[in-house]
Design a protein around this ligand. Structure first.
Ligand code: ADP
Ligand code: XUL
Length: 563
Protein backbone atom coordinates (compact mmCIF):
# COMPACT_ATOMS: atom_id res chain seq x y z
CA UNK A 1 0.00 0.00 0.00
CA UNK A 2 2.98 2.42 -0.22
CA UNK A 3 4.96 4.16 2.48
CA UNK A 4 2.85 6.95 3.80
CA UNK A 5 2.18 7.88 7.42
CA UNK A 6 -1.18 6.18 7.93
CA UNK A 7 -1.85 8.03 11.18
CA UNK A 8 -2.00 11.36 9.46
CA UNK A 9 -4.38 10.17 6.80
CA UNK A 10 -7.68 11.28 8.21
CA UNK A 11 -10.14 13.70 6.77
CA UNK A 12 -10.53 16.58 9.26
CA UNK A 13 -13.55 15.91 11.48
CA UNK A 14 -15.71 18.90 10.56
CA UNK A 15 -14.56 19.31 6.95
CA UNK A 16 -17.01 19.12 4.04
CA UNK A 17 -16.40 17.99 0.45
CA UNK A 18 -18.40 19.33 -2.49
CA UNK A 19 -18.97 17.40 -5.73
CA UNK A 20 -20.74 18.66 -8.85
CA UNK A 21 -22.11 16.89 -11.90
CA UNK A 22 -22.46 19.05 -14.99
CA UNK A 23 -24.51 16.59 -17.02
CA UNK A 24 -26.62 16.79 -20.16
CA UNK A 25 -29.85 17.83 -18.47
CA UNK A 26 -28.77 19.42 -15.19
CA UNK A 27 -26.06 20.64 -12.85
CA UNK A 28 -26.18 18.68 -9.60
CA UNK A 29 -24.23 19.19 -6.37
CA UNK A 30 -23.67 16.84 -3.42
CA UNK A 31 -21.93 17.69 -0.15
CA UNK A 32 -20.31 14.96 1.95
CA UNK A 33 -19.02 15.19 5.51
CA UNK A 34 -15.74 13.60 6.57
CA UNK A 35 -17.55 10.30 7.33
CA UNK A 36 -18.64 10.28 3.67
CA UNK A 37 -22.28 10.84 4.55
CA UNK A 38 -24.44 13.13 2.44
CA UNK A 39 -25.08 16.47 4.12
CA UNK A 40 -27.11 18.09 1.37
CA UNK A 41 -27.67 18.05 -2.38
CA UNK A 42 -29.13 20.49 -4.90
CA UNK A 43 -29.65 20.69 -8.63
CA UNK A 44 -30.48 23.05 -11.46
CA UNK A 45 -32.48 21.52 -14.29
CA UNK A 46 -31.47 23.30 -17.50
CA UNK A 47 -34.66 22.88 -19.53
CA UNK A 48 -37.07 24.06 -16.82
CA UNK A 49 -34.92 26.41 -14.70
CA UNK A 50 -32.92 28.13 -17.43
CA UNK A 51 -35.65 28.30 -20.11
CA UNK A 52 -34.18 31.41 -21.78
CA UNK A 53 -31.52 29.20 -23.40
CA UNK A 54 -34.41 27.43 -25.18
CA UNK A 55 -32.79 24.00 -25.06
CA UNK A 56 -34.71 20.74 -25.28
CA UNK A 57 -33.38 18.51 -22.45
CA UNK A 58 -30.25 20.68 -22.24
CA UNK A 59 -29.28 20.55 -25.94
CA UNK A 60 -30.02 22.04 -29.37
CA UNK A 61 -30.52 19.67 -32.26
CA UNK A 62 -29.41 21.50 -35.38
CA UNK A 63 -32.12 20.93 -38.02
CA UNK A 64 -29.80 22.01 -40.84
CA UNK A 65 -26.88 19.63 -40.17
CA UNK A 66 -27.53 15.93 -39.80
CA UNK A 67 -26.49 14.73 -36.32
CA UNK A 68 -25.17 18.09 -35.05
CA UNK A 69 -26.08 18.49 -31.36
CA UNK A 70 -24.69 21.30 -29.18
CA UNK A 71 -25.34 23.06 -25.87
CA UNK A 72 -24.99 26.76 -25.06
CA UNK A 73 -21.72 27.12 -23.13
CA UNK A 74 -23.06 30.05 -21.11
CA UNK A 75 -25.91 27.93 -19.76
CA UNK A 76 -23.35 25.85 -17.85
CA UNK A 77 -21.77 29.06 -16.52
CA UNK A 78 -25.08 30.47 -15.32
CA UNK A 79 -26.04 27.14 -13.74
CA UNK A 80 -22.91 27.21 -11.56
CA UNK A 81 -23.92 30.47 -9.83
CA UNK A 82 -27.50 29.23 -9.55
CA UNK A 83 -26.65 25.92 -7.87
CA UNK A 84 -24.24 27.67 -5.48
CA UNK A 85 -26.99 30.17 -4.64
CA UNK A 86 -29.34 27.24 -3.89
CA UNK A 87 -26.69 25.68 -1.62
CA UNK A 88 -26.23 29.03 0.08
CA UNK A 89 -30.01 29.34 0.63
CA UNK A 90 -29.94 25.89 2.26
CA UNK A 91 -27.55 27.35 4.87
CA UNK A 92 -24.53 25.33 3.78
CA UNK A 93 -21.43 26.59 5.59
CA UNK A 94 -19.15 27.12 2.58
CA UNK A 95 -16.26 27.96 4.94
CA UNK A 96 -16.07 24.29 5.96
CA UNK A 97 -15.58 22.98 2.44
CA UNK A 98 -12.01 21.67 2.31
CA UNK A 99 -12.09 20.58 -1.34
CA UNK A 100 -14.33 20.68 -4.41
CA UNK A 101 -14.33 18.46 -7.47
CA UNK A 102 -16.75 17.64 -10.23
CA UNK A 103 -18.02 15.36 -12.93
CA UNK A 104 -19.14 16.40 -16.36
CA UNK A 105 -20.72 14.82 -19.38
CA UNK A 106 -17.80 13.34 -21.28
CA UNK A 107 -16.36 14.46 -24.64
CA UNK A 108 -18.10 17.90 -24.99
CA UNK A 109 -15.78 20.80 -25.83
CA UNK A 110 -15.51 24.53 -25.03
CA UNK A 111 -13.60 27.03 -27.18
CA UNK A 112 -12.05 29.92 -25.22
CA UNK A 113 -11.45 33.01 -27.34
CA UNK A 114 -8.02 34.65 -27.63
CA UNK A 115 -7.68 36.85 -24.55
CA UNK A 116 -10.25 34.96 -22.45
CA UNK A 117 -7.75 33.96 -19.77
CA UNK A 118 -7.56 37.61 -18.69
CA UNK A 119 -11.36 37.64 -18.19
CA UNK A 120 -11.16 34.41 -16.22
CA UNK A 121 -8.45 35.69 -13.90
CA UNK A 122 -10.21 38.97 -13.07
CA UNK A 123 -13.73 37.88 -12.13
CA UNK A 124 -15.60 40.47 -10.05
CA UNK A 125 -17.57 38.86 -7.22
CA UNK A 126 -20.24 41.57 -7.36
CA UNK A 127 -21.44 40.47 -10.80
CA UNK A 128 -22.73 37.05 -11.92
CA UNK A 129 -20.26 34.90 -13.88
CA UNK A 130 -22.51 34.84 -16.92
CA UNK A 131 -22.34 38.63 -17.34
CA UNK A 132 -18.55 38.57 -17.22
CA UNK A 133 -17.94 35.66 -19.59
CA UNK A 134 -20.42 36.48 -22.38
CA UNK A 135 -17.54 37.41 -24.64
CA UNK A 136 -15.10 34.71 -23.57
CA UNK A 137 -15.83 32.05 -26.21
CA UNK A 138 -14.96 31.84 -29.89
CA UNK A 139 -18.19 29.88 -30.43
CA UNK A 140 -21.19 30.06 -28.12
CA UNK A 141 -22.20 26.48 -28.92
CA UNK A 142 -20.34 23.53 -27.43
CA UNK A 143 -20.54 20.23 -29.33
CA UNK A 144 -21.73 17.57 -26.85
CA UNK A 145 -21.55 13.79 -26.55
CA UNK A 146 -24.86 13.38 -28.39
CA UNK A 147 -23.37 14.84 -31.58
CA UNK A 148 -22.83 12.42 -34.43
CA UNK A 149 -21.86 14.79 -37.23
CA UNK A 150 -18.17 13.80 -37.43
CA UNK A 151 -18.14 10.41 -39.18
CA UNK A 152 -15.87 11.77 -41.95
CA UNK A 153 -13.40 13.18 -39.42
CA UNK A 154 -13.30 9.88 -37.50
CA UNK A 155 -12.40 7.99 -40.66
CA UNK A 156 -9.76 10.60 -41.62
CA UNK A 157 -8.05 10.40 -38.23
CA UNK A 158 -8.19 6.59 -38.18
CA UNK A 159 -6.70 6.46 -41.69
CA UNK A 160 -3.89 8.84 -40.76
CA UNK A 161 -2.74 6.66 -37.86
CA UNK A 162 -3.03 3.29 -39.63
CA UNK A 163 -6.64 2.26 -39.08
CA UNK A 164 -9.40 2.05 -36.48
CA UNK A 165 -7.74 -0.67 -34.38
CA UNK A 166 -4.45 1.23 -34.38
CA UNK A 167 -6.23 4.36 -33.10
CA UNK A 168 -7.89 2.23 -30.43
CA UNK A 169 -4.55 0.74 -29.33
CA UNK A 170 -3.07 4.24 -29.17
CA UNK A 171 -5.90 6.14 -27.49
CA UNK A 172 -8.17 3.48 -25.96
CA UNK A 173 -10.95 3.88 -28.55
CA UNK A 174 -11.34 3.85 -32.32
CA UNK A 175 -12.68 7.08 -33.82
CA UNK A 176 -16.06 7.85 -32.25
CA UNK A 177 -18.21 10.72 -33.52
CA UNK A 178 -18.78 12.24 -30.08
CA UNK A 179 -15.10 12.11 -29.04
CA UNK A 180 -13.40 15.50 -28.77
CA UNK A 181 -10.61 14.97 -31.35
CA UNK A 182 -12.99 14.38 -34.28
CA UNK A 183 -15.15 17.27 -32.96
CA UNK A 184 -12.12 19.59 -32.95
CA UNK A 185 -11.15 18.47 -36.45
CA UNK A 186 -14.64 19.27 -37.67
CA UNK A 187 -14.46 22.70 -36.04
CA UNK A 188 -11.09 23.30 -37.74
CA UNK A 189 -12.46 22.16 -41.13
CA UNK A 190 -15.88 23.82 -41.08
CA UNK A 191 -15.29 26.93 -38.91
CA UNK A 192 -11.58 27.71 -39.38
CA UNK A 193 -11.99 31.22 -37.92
CA UNK A 194 -13.38 29.80 -34.68
CA UNK A 195 -10.42 27.43 -34.45
CA UNK A 196 -7.95 30.22 -35.21
CA UNK A 197 -9.51 32.57 -32.63
CA UNK A 198 -9.34 29.91 -29.89
CA UNK A 199 -6.51 30.13 -27.35
CA UNK A 200 -7.65 27.16 -25.27
CA UNK A 201 -9.91 24.15 -25.78
CA UNK A 202 -11.40 22.70 -22.59
CA UNK A 203 -13.59 19.66 -22.24
CA UNK A 204 -16.67 20.19 -20.06
CA UNK A 205 -14.93 18.83 -16.95
CA UNK A 206 -11.81 21.01 -17.27
CA UNK A 207 -14.02 23.95 -18.29
CA UNK A 208 -16.01 23.86 -15.06
CA UNK A 209 -12.80 23.44 -13.02
CA UNK A 210 -11.39 26.49 -14.85
CA UNK A 211 -14.33 28.61 -13.68
CA UNK A 212 -13.64 27.57 -10.08
CA UNK A 213 -9.90 28.33 -10.13
CA UNK A 214 -10.18 31.44 -12.33
CA UNK A 215 -7.56 30.06 -14.75
CA UNK A 216 -7.30 27.31 -17.34
CA UNK A 217 -7.42 23.92 -15.58
CA UNK A 218 -5.66 20.89 -17.05
CA UNK A 219 -7.62 18.08 -18.63
CA UNK A 220 -7.47 15.03 -16.35
CA UNK A 221 -5.99 11.81 -17.71
CA UNK A 222 -9.23 9.87 -17.33
CA UNK A 223 -11.53 12.27 -19.17
CA UNK A 224 -8.62 12.90 -21.59
CA UNK A 225 -9.03 9.28 -22.70
CA UNK A 226 -12.46 10.25 -24.09
CA UNK A 227 -10.92 12.51 -26.72
CA UNK A 228 -9.16 10.18 -29.21
CA UNK A 229 -6.06 12.29 -28.55
CA UNK A 230 -4.24 10.85 -25.53
CA UNK A 231 -1.70 8.05 -25.61
CA UNK A 232 -3.43 5.66 -23.22
CA UNK A 233 -0.21 3.91 -22.13
CA UNK A 234 1.94 6.98 -21.49
CA UNK A 235 -0.88 9.37 -20.55
CA UNK A 236 0.50 12.17 -22.71
CA UNK A 237 -0.92 13.73 -25.89
CA UNK A 238 -0.16 11.45 -28.83
CA UNK A 239 1.85 13.47 -31.39
CA UNK A 240 0.70 11.37 -34.33
CA UNK A 241 -2.98 11.77 -33.45
CA UNK A 242 -2.62 15.48 -32.68
CA UNK A 243 -1.12 15.97 -36.13
CA UNK A 244 -3.92 13.96 -37.73
CA UNK A 245 -6.51 16.12 -35.96
CA UNK A 246 -5.68 19.83 -36.36
CA UNK A 247 -2.61 22.09 -36.57
CA UNK A 248 -1.24 23.76 -33.42
CA UNK A 249 -3.51 21.65 -31.23
CA UNK A 250 -1.14 20.76 -28.39
CA UNK A 251 -0.77 24.40 -27.40
CA UNK A 252 -4.54 24.85 -27.30
CA UNK A 253 -5.05 21.77 -25.10
CA UNK A 254 -2.59 22.58 -22.33
CA UNK A 255 -1.17 19.83 -20.13
CA UNK A 256 -2.77 16.65 -18.79
CA UNK A 257 -2.96 15.98 -15.04
CA UNK A 258 -3.76 12.90 -12.93
CA UNK A 259 -7.33 12.83 -11.62
CA UNK A 260 -6.24 13.08 -7.98
CA UNK A 261 -4.14 16.23 -8.59
CA UNK A 262 -4.98 19.70 -7.33
CA UNK A 263 -6.17 21.96 -10.16
CA UNK A 264 -5.71 25.05 -7.97
CA UNK A 265 -7.23 26.96 -5.07
CA UNK A 266 -10.77 28.26 -5.40
CA UNK A 267 -10.58 31.77 -6.84
CA UNK A 268 -11.53 34.96 -5.00
CA UNK A 269 -14.85 35.26 -6.88
CA UNK A 270 -16.22 32.29 -4.92
CA UNK A 271 -14.50 33.24 -1.67
CA UNK A 272 -16.07 36.71 -1.72
CA UNK A 273 -19.48 35.80 -3.17
CA UNK A 274 -20.23 32.55 -1.30
CA UNK A 275 -17.77 32.64 1.63
CA UNK A 276 -15.66 29.68 0.56
CA UNK A 277 -12.45 29.37 2.56
CA UNK A 278 -9.55 30.75 0.50
CA UNK A 279 -7.61 27.51 1.20
CA UNK A 280 -10.34 25.36 -0.37
CA UNK A 281 -8.74 23.08 -2.99
CA UNK A 282 -10.20 22.39 -6.40
CA UNK A 283 -9.33 18.81 -7.35
CA UNK A 284 -9.22 17.92 -11.05
CA UNK A 285 -12.69 17.32 -12.46
CA UNK A 286 -13.33 14.22 -14.56
CA UNK A 287 -16.04 12.53 -16.63
CA UNK A 288 -19.39 11.53 -15.15
CA UNK A 289 -18.93 7.81 -15.79
CA UNK A 290 -15.40 7.65 -14.28
CA UNK A 291 -16.53 9.59 -11.23
CA UNK A 292 -19.55 7.30 -10.83
CA UNK A 293 -17.05 4.47 -10.63
CA UNK A 294 -15.35 6.34 -7.75
CA UNK A 295 -18.70 6.96 -6.01
CA UNK A 296 -19.81 3.35 -6.33
CA UNK A 297 -16.66 1.88 -4.74
CA UNK A 298 -16.54 -0.73 -7.48
CA UNK A 299 -14.03 -3.10 -6.01
CA UNK A 300 -15.24 -6.68 -6.50
CA UNK A 301 -13.67 -8.04 -9.69
CA UNK A 302 -16.48 -9.03 -12.02
CA UNK A 303 -18.96 -6.39 -10.88
CA UNK A 304 -20.34 -4.03 -13.50
CA UNK A 305 -22.06 -0.68 -13.24
CA UNK A 306 -24.99 0.21 -15.47
CA UNK A 307 -25.63 3.94 -15.57
CA UNK A 308 -29.12 4.91 -16.75
CA UNK A 309 -28.89 8.68 -17.27
CA UNK A 310 -29.52 10.45 -20.56
CA UNK A 311 -27.22 7.80 -22.05
CA UNK A 312 -27.11 4.14 -21.00
CA UNK A 313 -23.56 3.12 -20.14
CA UNK A 314 -22.02 -0.08 -18.80
CA UNK A 315 -18.57 -0.14 -17.23
CA UNK A 316 -16.23 -2.17 -15.07
CA UNK A 317 -12.61 -2.26 -13.90
CA UNK A 318 -9.77 -4.33 -15.35
CA UNK A 319 -6.05 -4.82 -14.70
CA UNK A 320 -5.54 -6.05 -18.26
CA UNK A 321 -7.09 -3.57 -20.71
CA UNK A 322 -7.39 -4.69 -24.33
CA UNK A 323 -8.48 -1.82 -26.60
CA UNK A 324 -10.68 -3.16 -29.38
CA UNK A 325 -12.85 -1.96 -32.24
CA UNK A 326 -15.76 -1.54 -29.88
CA UNK A 327 -15.86 0.15 -26.49
CA UNK A 328 -13.46 2.35 -24.58
CA UNK A 329 -10.49 1.93 -22.26
CA UNK A 330 -9.86 4.78 -19.80
CA UNK A 331 -7.53 5.21 -16.82
CA UNK A 332 -9.27 4.47 -13.51
CA UNK A 333 -9.59 7.89 -11.80
CA UNK A 334 -8.93 6.47 -8.32
CA UNK A 335 -6.41 3.70 -9.02
CA UNK A 336 -3.34 4.24 -11.22
CA UNK A 337 -2.85 0.44 -11.41
CA UNK A 338 -6.12 -0.39 -13.18
CA UNK A 339 -8.29 0.79 -16.05
CA UNK A 340 -11.94 1.31 -16.68
CA UNK A 341 -13.67 -0.43 -19.60
CA UNK A 342 -16.83 1.19 -20.85
CA UNK A 343 -19.53 0.97 -23.52
CA UNK A 344 -22.12 3.63 -24.25
CA UNK A 345 -25.55 3.68 -25.87
CA UNK A 346 -27.01 7.00 -26.92
CA UNK A 347 -30.68 6.03 -26.88
CA UNK A 348 -31.20 5.72 -23.13
CA UNK A 349 -33.59 7.73 -20.96
CA UNK A 350 -34.83 10.12 -23.64
CA UNK A 351 -35.81 7.15 -25.83
CA UNK A 352 -37.66 5.61 -22.88
CA UNK A 353 -39.40 8.94 -22.27
CA UNK A 354 -40.49 9.10 -25.92
CA UNK A 355 -42.08 5.64 -25.78
CA UNK A 356 -43.61 6.46 -22.38
CA UNK A 357 -45.14 9.65 -23.83
CA UNK A 358 -46.47 7.88 -26.91
CA UNK A 359 -47.73 4.64 -25.29
CA UNK A 360 -48.18 5.28 -21.54
CA UNK A 361 -49.93 8.63 -21.07
CA UNK A 362 -46.59 10.33 -20.23
CA UNK A 363 -46.57 8.50 -16.90
CA UNK A 364 -43.89 6.19 -15.44
CA UNK A 365 -46.68 4.52 -13.42
CA UNK A 366 -48.58 3.53 -16.56
CA UNK A 367 -45.28 2.57 -18.24
CA UNK A 368 -44.56 0.26 -15.29
CA UNK A 369 -48.06 -1.25 -15.31
CA UNK A 370 -47.62 -2.09 -19.01
CA UNK A 371 -44.19 -3.57 -18.35
CA UNK A 372 -45.71 -5.80 -15.66
CA UNK A 373 -48.61 -6.81 -17.94
CA UNK A 374 -46.37 -8.04 -20.74
CA UNK A 375 -44.55 -11.36 -20.12
CA UNK A 376 -40.73 -11.70 -20.07
CA UNK A 377 -39.50 -12.52 -23.63
CA UNK A 378 -42.53 -10.59 -24.93
CA UNK A 379 -43.94 -13.56 -26.90
CA UNK A 380 -40.92 -13.27 -29.24
CA UNK A 381 -41.47 -9.57 -30.03
CA UNK A 382 -38.22 -7.66 -30.61
CA UNK A 383 -37.71 -3.95 -31.20
CA UNK A 384 -34.89 -1.58 -32.22
CA UNK A 385 -35.61 2.03 -31.27
CA UNK A 386 -33.27 4.88 -32.17
CA UNK A 387 -34.41 8.48 -31.89
CA UNK A 388 -30.72 9.51 -32.19
CA UNK A 389 -27.97 7.94 -34.31
CA UNK A 390 -26.87 5.06 -32.10
CA UNK A 391 -23.27 4.30 -31.08
CA UNK A 392 -23.62 0.56 -30.43
CA UNK A 393 -24.93 -0.63 -32.88
CA UNK A 394 -23.97 2.04 -35.43
CA UNK A 395 -27.52 2.50 -36.76
CA UNK A 396 -29.27 5.68 -37.88
CA UNK A 397 -32.52 7.14 -36.51
CA UNK A 398 -35.42 4.69 -37.04
CA UNK A 399 -37.61 2.04 -35.41
CA UNK A 400 -37.66 -1.65 -36.45
CA UNK A 401 -40.03 -4.27 -35.01
CA UNK A 402 -39.96 -8.05 -35.47
CA UNK A 403 -41.82 -11.10 -34.20
CA UNK A 404 -39.95 -14.39 -33.82
CA UNK A 405 -42.14 -17.20 -35.14
CA UNK A 406 -43.32 -19.54 -32.34
CA UNK A 407 -40.56 -18.40 -30.00
CA UNK A 408 -40.43 -20.35 -26.75
CA UNK A 409 -36.71 -19.96 -25.98
CA UNK A 410 -36.53 -23.73 -25.39
CA UNK A 411 -34.18 -24.69 -28.22
CA UNK A 412 -30.39 -24.51 -27.94
CA UNK A 413 -29.68 -23.08 -31.39
CA UNK A 414 -31.08 -20.48 -33.73
CA UNK A 415 -31.90 -23.12 -36.34
CA UNK A 416 -35.42 -22.77 -37.72
CA UNK A 417 -36.02 -19.59 -35.73
CA UNK A 418 -37.50 -17.15 -38.24
CA UNK A 419 -38.70 -13.62 -37.82
CA UNK A 420 -41.09 -11.36 -39.68
CA UNK A 421 -41.17 -7.57 -39.59
CA UNK A 422 -44.25 -5.66 -38.36
CA UNK A 423 -45.14 -1.96 -38.28
CA UNK A 424 -46.40 -1.67 -34.72
CA UNK A 425 -46.95 -3.41 -31.37
CA UNK A 426 -49.68 -2.86 -28.79
CA UNK A 427 -48.48 -0.45 -26.00
CA UNK A 428 -47.45 -3.09 -23.40
CA UNK A 429 -45.49 -5.05 -26.03
CA UNK A 430 -43.89 -1.85 -27.35
CA UNK A 431 -42.65 -0.93 -23.89
CA UNK A 432 -41.29 -4.39 -23.16
CA UNK A 433 -39.67 -4.60 -26.61
CA UNK A 434 -37.89 -1.31 -25.88
CA UNK A 435 -36.64 -2.29 -22.42
CA UNK A 436 -35.63 -5.86 -23.29
CA UNK A 437 -34.03 -4.61 -26.50
CA UNK A 438 -31.92 -2.00 -24.70
CA UNK A 439 -30.50 -4.48 -22.20
CA UNK A 440 -30.12 -7.45 -24.55
CA UNK A 441 -28.01 -5.15 -26.73
CA UNK A 442 -26.03 -3.94 -23.73
CA UNK A 443 -25.31 -7.51 -22.65
CA UNK A 444 -24.35 -8.59 -26.18
CA UNK A 445 -21.89 -5.71 -26.60
CA UNK A 446 -20.40 -6.10 -23.14
CA UNK A 447 -19.71 -9.78 -23.93
CA UNK A 448 -18.29 -8.83 -27.34
CA UNK A 449 -16.02 -6.29 -25.62
CA UNK A 450 -14.69 -9.00 -23.30
CA UNK A 451 -16.34 -7.75 -20.11
CA UNK A 452 -16.87 -10.63 -17.67
CA UNK A 453 -20.31 -12.09 -17.02
CA UNK A 454 -21.14 -9.89 -14.04
CA UNK A 455 -21.38 -11.36 -10.54
CA UNK A 456 -23.40 -8.31 -9.57
CA UNK A 457 -24.53 -5.07 -11.20
CA UNK A 458 -24.76 -1.67 -9.54
CA UNK A 459 -27.44 0.43 -11.24
CA UNK A 460 -27.26 4.20 -11.09
CA UNK A 461 -28.55 7.31 -12.91
CA UNK A 462 -32.11 8.70 -13.10
CA UNK A 463 -33.81 5.53 -14.41
CA UNK A 464 -32.27 3.32 -11.72
CA UNK A 465 -35.19 4.54 -9.58
CA UNK A 466 -37.40 2.24 -11.68
CA UNK A 467 -37.66 -1.25 -10.10
CA UNK A 468 -39.35 -2.72 -13.17
CA UNK A 469 -36.44 -1.75 -15.39
CA UNK A 470 -34.05 -3.20 -12.80
CA UNK A 471 -36.02 -6.48 -12.91
CA UNK A 472 -35.44 -6.82 -16.64
CA UNK A 473 -31.73 -6.06 -16.19
CA UNK A 474 -31.41 -8.77 -13.52
CA UNK A 475 -33.16 -11.41 -15.69
CA UNK A 476 -31.24 -10.53 -18.83
CA UNK A 477 -27.78 -10.43 -17.22
CA UNK A 478 -28.65 -13.23 -14.77
CA UNK A 479 -27.33 -11.59 -11.59
CA UNK A 480 -28.28 -9.48 -8.59
CA UNK A 481 -28.79 -5.76 -9.14
CA UNK A 482 -27.81 -3.28 -6.42
CA UNK A 483 -28.57 0.42 -6.06
CA UNK A 484 -26.98 3.23 -4.07
CA UNK A 485 -28.68 5.72 -1.73
CA UNK A 486 -28.52 8.51 -4.28
CA UNK A 487 -29.15 7.78 -7.96
CA UNK A 488 -26.80 10.61 -8.90
CA UNK A 489 -23.55 8.74 -8.33
CA UNK A 490 -21.63 11.20 -10.52
CA UNK A 491 -21.86 14.16 -8.12
CA UNK A 492 -21.47 11.77 -5.17
CA UNK A 493 -18.34 10.31 -6.79
CA UNK A 494 -17.04 13.81 -7.44
CA UNK A 495 -17.39 14.64 -3.73
CA UNK A 496 -15.55 11.40 -2.90
CA UNK A 497 -12.81 12.39 -5.32
CA UNK A 498 -12.63 15.86 -3.72
CA UNK A 499 -11.91 14.14 -0.39
CA UNK A 500 -9.47 11.70 -2.02
CA UNK A 501 -7.61 14.52 -3.81
CA UNK A 502 -7.44 16.45 -0.54
CA UNK A 503 -5.82 13.41 1.16
CA UNK A 504 -3.38 12.83 -1.70
CA UNK A 505 -2.38 16.49 -1.52
CA UNK A 506 -1.87 16.24 2.23
CA UNK A 507 0.26 13.11 1.77
CA UNK A 508 2.12 14.75 -1.13
CA UNK A 509 1.62 11.61 -3.22
CA UNK A 510 -1.11 9.18 -4.26
CA UNK A 511 -2.99 7.42 -1.45
CA UNK A 512 -5.16 4.35 -2.14
CA UNK A 513 -8.77 5.48 -1.95
CA UNK A 514 -9.64 2.57 0.34
CA UNK A 515 -7.77 4.41 3.13
CA UNK A 516 -10.74 6.79 3.34
CA UNK A 517 -13.52 4.28 3.61
CA UNK A 518 -13.46 2.85 7.12
CA UNK A 519 -16.68 0.87 7.33
CA UNK A 520 -18.45 1.41 4.00
CA UNK A 521 -21.85 0.36 5.41
CA UNK A 522 -21.82 3.45 7.59
CA UNK A 523 -21.30 5.81 4.64
CA UNK A 524 -23.59 7.13 1.91
CA UNK A 525 -21.62 5.00 -0.56
CA UNK A 526 -23.08 1.68 0.58
CA UNK A 527 -25.12 -0.35 -1.93
CA UNK A 528 -28.28 -2.28 -1.22
CA UNK A 529 -29.71 -5.28 -3.03
CA UNK A 530 -32.59 -4.10 -5.24
CA UNK A 531 -33.57 -7.20 -7.28
CA UNK A 532 -32.50 -10.80 -7.80
CA UNK A 533 -32.25 -12.53 -11.20
CA UNK A 534 -35.10 -15.02 -10.99
CA UNK A 535 -34.81 -18.45 -12.56
CA UNK A 536 -31.83 -19.59 -14.63
CA UNK A 537 -34.10 -20.98 -17.36
CA UNK A 538 -35.30 -17.49 -18.16
CA UNK A 539 -31.70 -16.25 -18.31
CA UNK A 540 -30.92 -19.02 -20.85
CA UNK A 541 -33.95 -18.08 -22.93
CA UNK A 542 -32.77 -14.49 -22.96
CA UNK A 543 -29.36 -15.71 -24.16
CA UNK A 544 -31.00 -17.31 -27.17
CA UNK A 545 -33.07 -14.21 -27.85
CA UNK A 546 -29.92 -12.09 -27.62
CA UNK A 547 -28.17 -14.22 -30.27
CA UNK A 548 -31.15 -13.90 -32.58
CA UNK A 549 -31.32 -10.17 -31.96
CA UNK A 550 -27.64 -9.76 -32.89
CA UNK A 551 -28.23 -11.72 -36.09
CA UNK A 552 -31.07 -9.37 -37.08
CA UNK A 553 -29.03 -6.36 -35.97
CA UNK A 554 -26.05 -7.28 -38.13
CA UNK A 555 -28.35 -7.44 -41.17
CA UNK A 556 -29.76 -4.02 -40.26
CA UNK A 557 -26.23 -2.61 -39.91
CA UNK A 558 -25.26 -4.03 -43.31
CA UNK A 559 -28.31 -2.44 -44.89
CA UNK A 560 -28.47 0.89 -43.02
CA UNK A 561 -25.30 1.24 -40.90
CA UNK A 562 -23.15 4.35 -40.93
CA UNK A 563 -19.72 2.87 -40.31
P1 ADP B 1 -28.12 13.02 -16.78
O1 ADP B 1 -27.19 12.89 -15.59
O2 ADP B 1 -27.59 12.39 -18.03
O3 ADP B 1 -28.55 14.44 -17.02
P2 ADP B 1 -29.98 11.66 -15.00
O4 ADP B 1 -29.10 10.58 -14.45
O5 ADP B 1 -30.28 12.83 -14.14
O6 ADP B 1 -29.43 12.19 -16.41
O7 ADP B 1 -31.33 10.95 -15.45
C1 ADP B 1 -32.38 11.68 -16.00
C2 ADP B 1 -33.37 10.71 -16.61
O8 ADP B 1 -33.88 9.84 -15.60
C3 ADP B 1 -34.58 11.40 -17.19
O9 ADP B 1 -34.37 11.72 -18.57
C4 ADP B 1 -35.72 10.36 -16.96
O10 ADP B 1 -36.14 9.78 -18.18
C5 ADP B 1 -35.08 9.27 -16.12
N1 ADP B 1 -35.97 8.85 -15.03
C6 ADP B 1 -36.27 9.51 -13.90
N2 ADP B 1 -37.17 8.81 -13.16
C7 ADP B 1 -37.46 7.66 -13.85
C8 ADP B 1 -38.32 6.52 -13.64
N3 ADP B 1 -39.07 6.41 -12.54
N4 ADP B 1 -38.32 5.54 -14.58
C9 ADP B 1 -37.55 5.63 -15.67
N5 ADP B 1 -36.74 6.68 -15.93
C10 ADP B 1 -36.69 7.69 -15.03
C1 XUL C 1 -19.92 8.33 -22.39
C2 XUL C 1 -20.92 9.28 -22.94
C3 XUL C 1 -22.06 9.69 -22.08
C4 XUL C 1 -21.84 11.03 -21.46
C5 XUL C 1 -23.14 11.45 -20.81
O1 XUL C 1 -18.96 7.99 -23.33
O2 XUL C 1 -20.83 9.73 -24.05
O3 XUL C 1 -22.32 8.75 -21.09
O4 XUL C 1 -20.75 10.99 -20.57
O5 XUL C 1 -23.05 12.31 -19.78
Amino acid sequence: MGSFPLNDLFLPRDALFLGFDSSTQSLKATVLDSNLNIVTSQQVHFHSELPHYKTQDGVYRDPSINGRIVSPTLMWVEALDLVLQKLSNSNLDFGKIAAVSGSAQQHGSVYWKNGASAMLSSLDSRKPLVDQLRDAFSTKESPVWMDSSTTAQCREIEKAVGGALELSKLTGSRGYERFTGPQIRRMFETQPDVYKNTERISIVSSFMASLLIGAYASIDETDGAGMNLMDIKQRIWSKIVLEATAPGLEEKLGKLAPSHAVAGHICSYFVERYNFNKDCLVIQWSGDNPNSLAGLTLSRPGDLVISLGTSDVVFGVTKDPQPRLEGHVLPNPVDPESHMVMLGHKNGSLMREDVRNRCAEKSWDVFNQFLQQSPPLNGGKLGFYYKEHEIHPPLPVGFHRYILDNFTGESETLEGLNEFEVQEFDPPSEIRALIEGQFLTMRAYSEKFGMPSPKGIIATGGASANQNILHSIASIFGCNVFTVQQSDSASLGAAVRAAHGWLCNKNRSFVPITCMYGSLEKTSLSCKLAVTPGDQQLVNKYSLMMKKRMEIESRLVQKLGRC
